[in-house]
Write a protein that binds this ligand. Structure first.
Ligand SMILES: [Zn+2]
Ligand SMILES: [Zn+2]
Length: 108
């Protein structure tokens, strides 16, 4: 969220869902489409592929603001340097202009 470094996190996933057969197993007769938006299906070989379900549920569990490490310093908004690797050159002369008057007093 703050830098471009890869972030790794563990996600505990618990889900319950229904997988629909497209055909009546004994007769091969096509079954009506389930009354559900984007249902999961059992494939033609009568196998359940959990891949898509895991992908969708994992996306829901992912943190909204993933960080590469809890104290990630992010990138410099001016030069784009990764501040985790150390301060960049433009950081030293960045001052908050609202305090410029106070700084002038200190300089006197
Ligand atoms: Zn980071
Ligand atoms: Zn910088």
């Amino acid at each position: 969220m703050r830098c471009l470094n890869p972030a790794t996190m563990q996600i505990d996933l618990h889900f319950r869902d229904e997988f629909h057969s497209k055909i009546e197993v004994n007769t091969g007769v096509p079954l009506p489409k389930p009354d559900e938006e984007d249902p999961f299906y059992i494939n033609e070989s009568h196998l359940v592929d959990l891949g898509e379900a895991i992908r969708e549920y994992a996306l829901l569990e992912m943190p909204m603001q993933p960080l590469c490490k809890p104290d990630c310093k992010g990138i410099c908004p001016t030069c784009g340097a990764d501040l985790n690797a150390g301060p960049c050159n433009c950081q030293s002369d960045q001052t908050d202009e609202r305090f410029a008057a106070l700084k002038a007093l200190l300089d006197e």
